[in-house]
Design a protein around this ligand. Sequence first.
Ligand SMILES: [Zn+2]
Length: 460
Amino acid sequence: MPVDTIIAHGDVVTPNSVRQTSVAIDDGTIVALGTRDQLPAARRTVDASGKLVMPGVVDPHVHIDEVPENRAGTYRAETRAAARGGVTTLIDFAWQGGDRRIPNNDKGLLDGIRNKRSKHQQSFVDFSVHGVLHRETEETLDELEAAVDAGVTSFKMFMSNYPVGVTNGFVNMAFNRIAELDAVAAVHTEDPSICEALTAKFKREGRGEPDQYPLSRPDYTEAMAADDALQMAVDKGVKYYGVHTTSEKAAETIASYQEDESHIRAETCTHYTTLDDSVYEERGTYPQIAPPIRKPRDIEAMFEHLEGGALSVVSTDHSVYHEEYKAVDNWWESPFGANSLQASLPVFHDEAVNKRGYSYPFLVRLMCANPAKTFGMPNKGTLEPGTDADVVVFDPDDRYTITARDNESNSTFSIYEGREVSGKVHQTYLRGNLVWDDGAIVAEPGVGEFVERDLPEWTQ
Ligand SMILES: [Zn+2]
């Protein structure tokens, strides 16, 4: 019996190796790797000579279809951007109250999970959600077990001066419950009172220029909140995942608590590995995200800790805002967030592999294998036979300039506008379905599915 597809003669990248071989796909699953003559006949053979064949990217930090300004970011558009960027699985967020845009006090987290789950009809890639805990109530903790049973095995909290921010007192109790369930606690760490006081001071002093923004959320506030969270995480024995680490200080704090990766893990985002705070002078509030983009020294620290293991995942924190909300006079009028799903793999590849000489397996560990393992998706982020055939054919030498005119996202700008990179996604397969093919989306929305995640086992 012939198999569905063979991707032939590519340089196949796994977490540990690169070797020229072929990949056989049948019924949505990878069935074998081997030389062409070792594999069965195929209905379709794709020649990938001279290209990389890698697992689809797993991006565990993505916001779609959320806050009012974010209505631009729909599943239909943002998951097209994901497919074009080689991202085949993403983890979005489910909010208490059903829908972050229209929270309903009679509804809880499970309603939020149901709401996001229903988006699969519009999706071009597979996705899951983290449950966001922002109501400091007993009922919140009572819902966690049912969420885990529904395949949502990680919960996010914001230690931040956001409307959805929570107190240390609540984080402490939530860690306890999350540890009992053996789930993962993901935490945004910025000391809320310092960020709040500095924001108020900058407003009083009229310091609204975008280049002032990073000074209102200094690196030590990120390290202080991370330290608070980690003290509690160690006490409770909870699996702790530090979200979007940006600074040397925060990374060092995380590293200081991490004997190995069995209990404490953390991510950084593509932009923190490649942009520095001069971006605020160049692009105003468009790259205004929280925590802010830092100093050149912090970029170096991100790579040191990605290499050392304190940071083990590169995500995007993709969020989409209509340009009108971003094009404001004072930075405090701008929402936090920027889109980057489509550019993440090409930009990180260019920075890490082309400019800094890191290996392809290093990239595949950080963008595919580690996020899948960290969040309980054994069929994702790998090309092992028996797993989902989420495969990206990537030409490392294809050189082009990033421009928002190419955005599949509803976002009309890019924080990487004008950047020249080498490395482009040529094909993206989702469970064997060709979704992106050399310049066009070739699948229908709804090809994506909701992924019910396992409780992850974290070993070193
Ligand atoms: Zn985020």
